[in-house]
Design a protein around this ligand. Structure first.
Ligand code: UDP
Ligand code: MG
Length: 279
């Protein structure tokens, strides 16, 4: 059999996913069976410091299947860095970022490929519905994407995650962006190129719990906003200026009071106020 002309790489971050890896693997192979004559498959699993059996399961898969590659990070660096490590090693003509928990249905990759064949360089998944998420996650996510939309200097499509397909040209550009605080979906928007979305229903997690703790979510949101907007910085600057100006106005009032009516001012008050305001 001749080798397929192109390669598709899947980048799959793994953090305590022992319960889903094999199911993910099976379902993904099945979903992509129809493109096997066109694409050679590369599955890059990035173990992001899991301390469960994830690595062991991945190594077993790799022994069975040469299309499986395993990157093992030295500790837990977080989803965005795990994905970036995978992208750095992906050889594909197209690269897909996909979660291991089957919340991103692998069947959607076929629709993404159809758009790619039409000439789009980035095809991102747009969640029309998010099943099995708790009210807290839905509300905080909604508020966050609205705030980011209002603040950010570039347009980052709403209701999209990192589930996306990227052409090699985009991957090469993305690889040149070495920032440490990474908000990948924003970086890909910033890069430009012809982009479009495909709608999909985000399924509930197949098994296990979310690995995005509140702390990780807050850090992620903070990275998103500070990386793509200078507005918080400008706001902080104006606030500082406003407070300083107010302080100096009051200092002026204190000094004038001291000069014009020295007797009405308690001795030592003006100098004390001067020092306080200065600080
Ligand atoms: N993940 C990771 N490192 C982390 C947290 C999560 O590699 O520190 C992986 C996780 O294994 C999964 C993907 O990132 O494949 C998305 O995480 P999760 O499903 O827990 O987040 P949610 O879908 O709830 O936002
Ligand atoms: Mg998930």
């Amino acid at each position: 059999m001749a080798r397929p002309p192109r390669t598709i790489s899947l980048v799959i971050p793994i953090y305590f996913e022992e319960a889903v890896i094999e199911i993910f693997y099976g379902r993904t192979l099945e979903a992509l069976a129809s493109i096997s004559s066109e694409f050679e498959l590369e599955l890059i699993f990035v173990n992001d410091g899991s301390a469960d059996r994830s690595l062991e399961i991945l190594q077993t898969l790799r022994e069975r299947d040469a299309r499986v590659k395993v990157l093992n990070l030295s500790r837990n660096f977080g989803h965005q860095i795990a994905v970036s490590a995978g992208i750095d090693h992906a050889l594909g003509d197209v690269v897909v970022i996909i979660d291991a928990d089957l919340q991103d249905p692998p069947e959607v990759i076929l629709e993404m490929l159809a758009k790619w064949r039409e000439g789009y360089k980035v095809v991102y998944g747009v969640r029309t519905e998010r099943k099995g998420e708790n009210a807290f996650k839905l509300i905080t996510a909604n508020v966050f994407y609205r705030i980011l939309d209002a603040l950010s200097d570039i347009r980052i499509p709403r209701d999209t995650g990192d589930f996306r397909l990227m052409d090699r040209v985009v991957v090469e550009s993305l690889r040149e962006m070495r920032e440490e605080s990474r908000y990948i979906r924003g970086m890909v928007s910033w890069l430009g190129f012809k982009q479009c979305g495909v709608a999909y229903v985000r399924d509930p997690r197949y098994a296990g719990k979310t690995k995005y703790t509140l702390r990780k979510m807050i850090r992620f949101a903070f990275n998103g906003i500070t990386s793509f907007s200078e507005k918080p910085l400008i706001l902080a600057g104006w606030l500082g200026l406003f407070i300083t100006a107010g302080g100096f106005a009051f200092l002026f009032y204190v000094i004038i009071g001291k000069i014009l009516r020295p007797d009405t001012v308690v001795s030592g008050w003006a100098s004390l106020m001067g020092i306080v305001i200065f600080f």
